[in-house]
Structure formats: structure tokens, C-alpha cells
Design a protein around this ligand. Structure first.
Ligand code: NAP
Length: 358
């Protein structure tokens, strides 16, 4: 079984290669093993592409006959965009299938595989594999995936007391963060961020698609000079439904007005994500500022965080903190961060993790 775990770990690693490409499908990885050697590897590479098992079977070729197959999600038995993997596995002569977990969304292949003499064993490294399909399961529940990105000083500040924030982190971190944007449907910022930073919120790339921009502007008071209104990329403006006078400079192509009950939105960020969901926005990267980040975090809407930490100390109790709002009153009420990982980017640290309340 220990060798089996090792192979499933390889399959999980392969699945991760599809990150950012397969959504709204799940990340899936697969290895084919014969005589204790990996003879085929595959993963679901892009939305609408071959399933991981098919790619692994192609890679293994004739070696698949009599081999064992390790896959992170139970092989399907349904005709979706592709023919069922169960049929391909039987045809290739696979002896045993080991899978980590089942997919509740499609008809799974266990029964038909067993019926055709293939040994089928589920549950191997199920907990690790669950992490792979988190986005997919969330999508199924029609909830958007929400990430938070901040660039902060070692003492947790995202701007000085005079709202200066350019630049806290290194060029390398900023380039990394620009690229990250292309993995989302929308980049969202709050009113003060739009006002103080006047950001473009694009990917700064000719090849990477820039997502839609979202700005919260309760009273529609942001000035015409905002780069977010430059019509180079569509911008959704979340504003209060009580506002009736729409500034004329917002009546143009590329500006989408999205009224909500802003009082409710300030109490529960889900008001905003529901609105965005109705506009087919399923993956949102919140880039600040501190008030909006706090609102999303403490409404339990956030999945993962990307905290870039620069080796600088800004200080000042009126400097803007990465997470504003009121905060919790007791440490036991603080939000837990799971699966925390640290890496170095340029002179900065990037800390990523999942918010544990979800
Ligand atoms: N270093 C970084 O990574 C980074 C990133 C972004 C921004 N920043 C800095 O952060 C500063 C701005 O941050 P901030 O915390 O002052 O403001 P913010 O989060 O950008 O905007 C907060 C404002 O948005 C409005 N709002 C509407 N709905 C909201 C909701 N559900 N939750 C929260 N706010 C809502 C409120 O204004 P109304 O009451 O008028 O509705 C609120 O005061 C700037 O200095 C900027 O430079 C730094």
C-alpha cells in the first residue's frame, strides 16, 4: 500500500499541472504502473481536453496491458465532452484501478470496471485529493472562488498614513502578481483603492488575458479620470441601488453598472459575490484595500490568500493595514489559515494558504 501511496502522490502532483487551465472542470492526475515502474503519466491539461486517464493511457501505449492505474478522481462512465474513461481503461487491459475519491457530478465507472474484471479500490489519499477539486466543488455549488492578494510591509501595512503604496514589494513580486490576475474572471478593489492608487488592474502582458475589473463605488462618486473607466477592459461598478443619478461618463461601452443594497453588502460580502455570480463571474481576486479585504474575509467568503511581504517596516497607527474592519475581539475567534506555504520572490516572501473556515 505504501508504494500505492507514492504513486497516488505522483498523480496528485501531475493534477496540479492543470491549475489555472481546467476550471470549471476538476484538476485530475493519473499514473500507470507496471512491474513497479511508472509507464504512463497524464493529467487533465485544459478545459475540454482529454481526461487524465486518457492522456496516461496514450503515454503508456502497449505497456498499459496488465498494468495498474492510479487516478485522483474515480474514472467517469459518462459521455460528456469525451467518451467514458471506463471504456478506454477496459479496452487497454488495465488490471487494477486505484482512485482517491469519487466525483458526485458525473456517473462513475467503478461498477462497469468491476463488471469487466478490473479490480477497483477507492479512497487512497482521499484527503489530499480533496484539495485538488476544491474549486470544482465550489463551482458546482455556484459559489465563486475568492482569493486575496496583498503587498504589505513586514509590519502588515499596505500603505502609509498618507495612503502612499508605490511600491512596497519588489518588481519580481509585482510581475508575479500581474500574471496571477489572468487566472481569475475579475479583479476587485474598493473605493479608496481606486481613488488613491488609480490602478489599471490589467495583466501588463500582450499574451495574458486581462480579467474584468470590479470596483465598489457606493455613491458613484469616483472621478471620470479613474483608469478603471478607460474602457480598455470591461469594468463592473458595484453601487448602491438607491443612487439614481448616473454620471454621464459612465454611460459608455465597457462599463457595467451593478446595483446592490450597499448596507447589506457592507454587512455581508456575499451580496457582492451573488451579484457578480449573476454576471458569470466565478473567480475573483480581491486586491484591496484593507476594508474590502476585511469585509470579504469576515463574511467567510475567502478561499485562499496571497500575502507578499516586503522587508520593510512602515509603521504608524494610521497607516493602512492589510486587513481592516473591526477585527476579532478574541484570539480564539481569529480566522485560521491552513496549508500555509512560504516562498521567496525577489527580496520578498510570498505566503499562501487557505482560509480554514470554509
Ligand atoms: N499594498 C497593497 O497591496 C494595496 C492594495 C490595494 C490598496 N492599497 C492601499 O489601500 C488603501 C485603501 O484601502 P482602504 O482600506 O482605505 O479602502 P478600500 O478597501 O479600498 O475601500 C473601502 C471603501 O469601500 C467602500 N465599500 C463598499 N462596500 C464595501 C464593503 N462591503 N466592504 C468594505 N468597503 C466597502 C466603503 O466606502 P463607502 O463608505 O464610501 O461606501 C469603504 O470605505 C490605499 O491607500 C491603497 O494605496 C494597497
Amino acid at each position: 500500500m505504501n508504494t500505492g501511496r507514492r504513486y497516488m502522490e505522483v498523480a496528485i502532483g501531475l493534477a496540479n499541472k492543470g491549475k489555472g487551465e481546467v476550471y470549471t472542470n476538476p484538476l485530475v492526475g493519473c499514473v500507470i504502473v507496471k512491474d513497479d515502474k511508472i509507464v504512463g503519466k497524464g493529467w487533465h491539461q485544459y478545459f475540454g481536453g482529454n481526461h487524465a486517464e486518457i492522456n496516461a493511457l496514450i503515454d503508456a501505449g502497449k505497456n498499459a496491458k496488465g498494468a495498474d492505474l492510479y487516478v485522483t478522481l474515480e474514472p467517469c462512465d459518462s459521455y460528456g465532452k469525451k467518451p467514458p474513461c471506463s471504456i478506454a481503461i477496459i479496452k487497454a487491459g488495465i488490471k487494477n484501478v486505484y482512485y482517491a475519491m469519487s466525483d458526485s457530478n458525473v456517473s462513475c465507472g467503478k461498477k462497469v470496471l468491476k463488471k469487466n474484471g478490473v479490480g477497483v479500490f477507492g479512497g487512497l489519499l482521499k484527503e489530499q485529493a480533496k484539495v485538488l477539486i476544491k474549486d470544482y466543488l465550489k463551482y458546482l455549488k455556484s459559489k465563486p472562488k475568492i482569493s486575496i492578494k496583498v503587498a504589505m510591509s513586514l509590519d502588515g501595512k499596505i500603505a502609509t498614513c498618507k495612503y502612499d503604496s508605490k511600491w512596497i514589494t519588489s518588481e519580481k513580486s509585482r510581475a508575479f502578481a500581474h500574471k496571477m490576475r489572468s487566472r481569475y474572471d475579475a479583479i476587485l478593489v474598493g473605493t479608496n483603492t481606486a481613488l488613491k492608487d488609480n490602478p489599471f488592474l490589467n495583466t501588463h502582458s500582450k499574451t495574458l488575458k486581462s480579467p474584468v475589473r470590479v470596483v465598489i463605488d457606493s455613491k458613484l462618486e469616483l472621478p471620470e479620470t479613474c483608469h478603471l473607466f478607460d474602457a480598455t477592459i470591461p469594468t463592473i461598478i458595484i453601487y448602491d441601488s438607491n443612487v439614481v443619478a448616473i454620471p454621464s461618463y459612465l454611460n459608455k461601452k465597457g462599463i457595467i453598472l451593478a446595483p446592490v443594497n450597499i448596507n447589506m453588502a457592507k454587512k455581508n460580502f456575499a451580496t457582492i459575490t451573488k451579484k457578480l455570480n449573476s454576471l458569470s463571474i466565478k473567480r475573483i481576486l480581491i486586491e484591496g484595500g484593507g476594508e474590502v479585504i476585511a469585509s470579504a474575509l469576515f463574511s467567510n467568503m475567502v478561499d485562499d490568500i496571497y500575502f507578499f511581504i516586503a522587508p520593510k517596516i512602515i509603521g504608524g497607527k494610521f497607516a493602512v493595514s492589510s486587513v481592516g474592519g473591526r477585527g476579532v475581539e478574541k484570539i480564539c475567534k481569529s480566522l485560521p489559515v491552513k496549508n500555509m506555504k512560504v516562498r521567496k520572490i525577489g527580496s520578498d516572501l510570498l505566503i499562501t494558504g487557505n482560509i480554514g473556515t470554509k
